[in-house]
Design a protein around this ligand. Structure first.
Ligand code: ZN
Length: 113
């Protein structure tokens, strides 16, 4: 984002409405998250950064919209971490199988160890 600012491209605050659907790139149909590159014409097509750059190297004719603050992104990241499997669960699985020869461990469990 700093790169865009240095290039003289203004990033406009857009925010995210609660009922706002997910945006997809009009070109490659990838999900566009946080940074929306919207064509500056009546169509207002949403592009991903890659396709916007391919269409216009200077992003001429695009409005860049920003949906999340850094605080919000950090919060999302922290929520992800809370849902990861804790090492304790892996230990329990391994100790349950400890009476079996290592070769008998189900695949996946041995990969975790
Ligand atoms: Zn795209």
């Amino acid at each position: 984002m700093e790169k865009l600012k240095r290039a003289g491209i203004e990033v406009m605050w857009h925010g995210k409405k609660h009922n706002e659907g997910t945006h997809y790139c009009a070109q490659c149909e990838v999900e566009v998250f946080n940074m929306l590159f919207v064509t500056d014409n009546k169509k207002h097509l949403v592009y991903c950064q890659d396709c916007a750059r391919k269409t216009s190297i200077n992003l001429d004719g695009f409005i860049v919209l920003n949906q999340y603050t850094l605080e919000e992104l950090t919060e999302v990241f922290n929520n992800f971490k809370l849902h990861t499997v804790s090492p304790r669960i892996v230990d329990t699985v391994l100790s349950q199988n400890s009476s079996q020869p290592v070769g008998m461990l189900p695949q996946g469990v041995s990969n975790l160890a």
